[in-house]
Design a protein around this ligand. Structure first.
Ligand code: ZN
Length: 248
């Protein structure tokens, strides 16, 4: 891959951003590309514009663009042909994930968190009845990794998402896990927003988040379906309260 002066200047653009800001930026670029796929010039089998042109069009640096392209390749939405660039694949999925831009305003973000509350409360209740020993072990490992990441000063967004995914995957109905995967960009966005508005959980609030996750885990462990639902709903309602205030 050649490197011109202009590219070097572009590449410098992403330096210094916090991991959280980078994560949000990567999701945004991925979503923007997803919105382009299937539109004129981006039909199945079309060749994508070169990286420089595409990066300019999306207003990002080439390293950020490359991350998003790598994700699209992993998902089979584009393929690379040696020497001739990236091509849109034939098999565009029927249902595209919602764009981040569908979280249009603060009301939408609230509605999304309430939706998570319904879906994940139900998932936790079912996980308490359906989980295998391996799935229980995975939930516990994810909870421990989340605590460790927070203790190390990380915003722990990925670890938080992984814990919630682990619960959804243990509920014996694969559509819960698929729904969580489809909504992962919105979930990351809303957790990131909460972290940047309310700050990283520290002190008493961090202990509170630990307790909330542990309560979910323990209820699933002892196969108490009602308690698992209650604990998950309390955890997600806590998130809504942290963003919108206790009554609002
Ligand atoms: Zn959580």
């Amino acid at each position: 891959m050649h490197s011109s002066t202009a590219d070097a200047a572009n590449d410098a653009g992403s330096e210094g951003a916090s991991p959280k800001a980078e994560r949000l930026l990567h999701d945004k670029v991925y979503e923007d590309l997803m919105q382009l796929l299937g539109t004129p010039g981006f039909e199945p089998r079309a060749r994508l514009p070169g990286e420089t042109a595409l990066a300019q069009r999306l207003g990002v640096s080439r390293p950020v663009l490359r991350q998003a392209l790598a994700r699209l390749r992993e998902e089979g939405r584009i393929t690379v042909r040696k020497g001739s660039g990236n091509f849109v694949t034939d098999a565009l999925p029927q249902a595209r994930p919602m764009s981040l831009s569908t979280l249009k305003n603060i009301g939408d973000i609230r509605a999304f968190l309430e939706f998570r509350c319904f879906v994940e409360g139900e998932a936790a209740a079912r996980a308490a009845l359906m989980r295998t020993a391996d799935q229980m072990h995975h939930i516990r490992r994810c909870r421990e990794r989340f605590e460790q990441a927070l203790a190390e000063g990380s915003d722990a967004i990925e670890e938080d998402v992984a814990f919630h995914d682990a619960v959804a995957e243990a509920c014996g109905n694969r559509f819960f896990g698929m729904t969580m995967t489809a909504l992962a960009p919105q979930t990351r966005f809303s957790i990131g927003l909460s972290r940047s508005l309310a700050g990283r959980p520290q002190g008493e609030r961090r202990a509170g988040v630990y307790r909330e996750h542990t309560a979910v885990e323990e209820a699933i462990e002892r196969q108490d379906s009602a308690a698992a639902r209650e604990a998950m709903e309390a955890h997600l309602r806590g998130g809504i309260a942290r963003l919108f205030g206790q009554d609002g």
